[in-house]
Design a binder for this molecule. Sequence first.
Ligand SMILES: NC(=O)c1ccc[n+]([C@@H]2O[C@H](COP(=O)([O-])OP(=O)(O)OC[C@H]3O[C@@H](n4cnc5c(N)ncnc54)[C@H](OP(=O)(O)O)[C@@H]3O)[C@@H](O)[C@H]2O)c1
Length: 238
Amino acid sequence: MIRLPRTLFLTGADRGLGLALVEEFLRHGVHVFAGIHSSSAEIRGLTNVDYSLLTLIDLDVSVPDSIRAAVAAVDRHTDSLDVLVNSAGVHLEDKRVPLEELDFDDGHLERSMAVNAFGPLRVVQAFLPLLEEGTGRRIVNITSEAGSIGACWRDREFAYSLSKCAANMATRLLNNYLEPKGFDVLAIHPGWIRSEMGGPEADLSPAEAATEVAGLILGPLPENGAIYIDHRGNNLPW
Ligand SMILES: NC(=O)c1ccc[n+]([C@@H]2O[C@H](COP(=O)([O-])OP(=O)(O)OC[C@H]3O[C@@H](n4cnc5c(N)ncnc54)[C@H](OP(=O)(O)O)[C@@H]3O)[C@@H](O)[C@H]2O)c1
């Protein structure tokens, strides 16, 4: 991006990476519309941020009515959005069971797809008119290296990996469709983060990951034209 965005919408701002990204963008003076799924307690507790730049918006990315209401709420505050960041996500496989124990009937596969894959797509579709009025024209899906087929090392975590792989494909399709209108659509793997999802053993604090990821979101595209990258800007194989 050549200049800093004025306005940005982000999903999954309750906690973890989404919350840390909000802090980072506010520090850059960007007006953040933060999608809150279930609790605004942590975001309301942020210190040293300019709250006049923050607007909280209720949002469940798997519920069409919730997305419509979020668009209407944002619309009341601004005529345009420069950047959209889809950070909301679920990893519903605490036990990481092997194939033999995979439960097709408990709904975790469908739920993972609904939030991780269809969620970002629904959000992009709904917010596109506002994004088309903006000047940033950047959409970022926080996916995962778990969605890479080319670099796949896992032999389980089916729901998460399939849903992130689908989110990667959504990114590619969206980029193909929206590039002629001047948009960049990126899929970013944010690193292994010590959030509720990543657990306490992970490499990066949410703040460390957010600094790197925000730098990529606000910066120029990688010179090699890669759109599926990790938090350091390295190209990932699809
Ligand atoms: N943590 C890692 O190591 C890691 C690695 C690779 C990729 N990622 C990706 O990075 C993103 C952020 O992960 P994280 O580590 O920050 O996870 P996290 O701590 O579990 O936070 C996930 C966020 O998504 C929200 N969310 C869940 N379901 C939602 C829904 N239906 N609609 C809207 N928001 C919803 C959660 O809200 P609630 O609090 O209400 O549940 C929470 O705010 C995810 O897309 C994740 O897949 C994370």
